[in-house]
Design a protein around this ligand. Structure first.
Ligand code: ZN
Length: 247
């Protein structure tokens, strides 16, 4: 079974559609690591699309904030503005769906899903020491996480922790990681809708369980089209600008 792993879509429908088009026919099931909404111009369209795909989905911090399940005190002013804008746009149906999303860790399709760190959905995992907890404590060998918007990951075996380099090159769309039976993995598919690892292309992963491979993908999309919708919606300019930078 090939599993499409999406994270941090951030209401960017153009990036989501480009990703689904690129991966068309090469997956059977889909999971989502949260932050379906927040920042981007298409919160209803992206929520509806994820629901249609039947993706096992956990909540992210932006989903929580929009659904009023956490305070936006720690959000920067720009993120806070986007939360308020998103609340005003969302249909009741999509708002109810967001509010009911489960918290990670969640076992789904043979892997574990978390939004941020294993023990705290709002914490970031950037360093090996931050990754260790998830590598050791997760109930299954492969755990997917998001939140940082950085594609990458960690592997663990016999007290050795390895930082994985899995970014596709500029002229390539994917990079394959061979999964070894003895190792445990904490893997980040990157962000579909707002990448921050200096590559502006939409980012996701496909886990091929049968062949023991995880593919990390990067797909170009029409960034200007999204920026135009953001400007028309009067979303904060820095949010539009950062999409071109991939930061
Ligand atoms: Zn996010």
């Amino acid at each position: 079974m090939r599993l499409l792993v999406l994270s941090d879509l951030h209401a960017n429908l153009t990036a989501l559609e480009a990703s689904l088009e690129a991966a068309k026919g090469s997956w059977e099931r889909v999971v989502c690591l949260g932050d379906v909404v927040g920042y981007g111009p298409d919160p209803n369209e992206v929520s509806t699309r994820i629901r249609e795909l039947g993706a096992a989905t956990i909540r992210g911090n932006h989903d929580k904030a929009v659904a009023d399940l956490m305070s936006t005190e720690d959000f920067n002013p720009v993120a806070k503005m986007a939360v308020n804008w998103t609340r005003a746009q969302l249909s009741n149906e999509n708002m109810d769906w967001l509010a009911a999303l489960p918290q990670g860790p969640l076992e789904a399709e043979g892997v574990v899903l978390v939004h941020g760190a294993f023990q705290d959905e709002d914490e970031y995992v950037f360093t090996p020491s931050q990754a260790l907890e998830g590598l050791l404590d997760s109930s299954l060998p492969i755990t997917f996480y998001g939140h940082t918007h950085h594609q990458g990951g960690f592997a663990y075996q016999d007290s050795q922790l390895e930082v994985l380099q899995v970014h596709p090159r500029e002229n390539e769309m994917r990079c394959a990681l061979r999964v070894e039976d003895q190792k445990r993995y904490l893997l980040n598919p990157g962000s579909v809708g707002q990448p921050r690892d200096s590559d502006p292309r939409a980012s996701f992963a496909i886990a091929d369980r049968e062949h023991q491979v995880v593919e990390f993908w990067r797909v170009p999309y029409d960034i200007e089209k999204v920026q135009e919708r953001m400007r028309n919606a009067r979303l904060p300019e820095p949010l539009a600008h950062r999409l071109s930078l991939g930061r």
